[in-house]
Structure formats: structure tokens, C-alpha cells
Design a protein around this ligand. Sequence first.
Ligand SMILES: [Ca+2]
Ligand SMILES: [Ca+2]
Ligand SMILES: [Ca+2]
Ligand SMILES: [Ca+2]
Length: 200
Amino acid sequence: MKKILLASTLLAASFSVSAATISSLNDNFDSITSSVLNIPSSGLANWDVLNGTVDAVATPNSWGITCNTGTCIDLDGSSNDAGELVSASGFSAGQYSLSFDLSGNQRGGVNDDLIVSFGDYSQAFNLASNAAWANIFISLVNVNDGDKLSFSHAGGDNVGIMLDNVSVAAVSAVPIPAAAFLFAPALLGFMGLRRKAKAA
Ligand SMILES: [Ca+2]
Ligand SMILES: [Ca+2]
Ligand SMILES: [Ca+2]
Ligand SMILES: [Ca+2]
């Protein structure tokens, strides 16, 4: 019974990898070389924009906005409905690190609200207009197969939190030798099962 269980676990593991998922994402938005208000989803290779709009802001620009590098994203576009920037692809199940840079809107007015979600990580940000660029690094996020990374800005006064340098990288939760050690009994169990089937 135990052998059958191990063998079926092994088979399940080999079939759980979906071709549609990704296992890393890096975007500094610098491939966009001039500012675009209400940038269409087609203008963002790695992202979809839902529930509103976002702007791409290149530096220099007439609004006096400084990006952390080259071009960055104003998460509240120019349609009076702030957008939700969502990774175009879901991620493979696993553990990841997440890193991104945020600044306040740099244009005055009331604080802005943003919720960042990815797997079992979700964090609300309330940033003053003059909040300086800061890096947010989450060392371990548990992700289910197909989970997407989302930056969802509240409101819609066209002046929103700025985003730059998004990076998601897989974390190897179990060192390879230990993984092989865990895998070996399952493999032996599977082989034993085959031998038994042959003998029968
Ligand atoms: Ca950039
Ligand atoms: Ca805007
Ligand atoms: Ca919205
Ligand atoms: Ca605002």
C-alpha cells in the first residue's frame, strides 16, 4: 500500500508542471522609452492591466517624476480609475522571492493606497506623495500553480504610487542533495512495484 502511494505521488509530481506557467519575472520597464498615458496591455510584455489604467512614465518628463531607473509605472493611470497591474502569466507552484521598488506619487495631494498580492503574500501600502523610492523584498512567498503577481491601486485621481524594478525568482526550498535523498525511496518504491508487476 505504501509503495503504491509513493509511486502515485511520483507520477502526480511528474504531471503537475504546466506549460503555461512561468518561474521567474524581471521587469524594470525600461524597454518603454517614452511616456505613455493609459498604456495598453499590448504595450506591456509581461503584464495585463485590469480594472482601470496605468501610465508608463519615462524620465525626464514634464511632471517632474523621477523613476528609480529609466521608465517606471504610475499605478493610477489617466482615466480616473486606477489600474491593477497583473502578471500576464501565472507562476509554477513553488517558493519564490519577490522584490519591487515603490515611491509616493511625487505630485502632491492625498496619500495613495496599493495592495500587492502574490501567492500567500499580500501587503497594503499607504504612501505619502513624498515617500522616497524604497525597495520591498519578500524572501519567501508560497505560490500555488497558476498564481499571478498583482499590484492593485485604489481610487482614481490619476496621481498614483510609482512602481519600478519588479523581480520574482524561484527559491530552492530544499537543497538538491536532500531532495535526491527524499526522492530516492519513492523511486525505489516505484521500481519495486514494477518488479512485482513483472513477476506476477
Ligand atoms: Ca525602470
Ligand atoms: Ca497617472
Ligand atoms: Ca480601478
Ligand atoms: Ca492619488
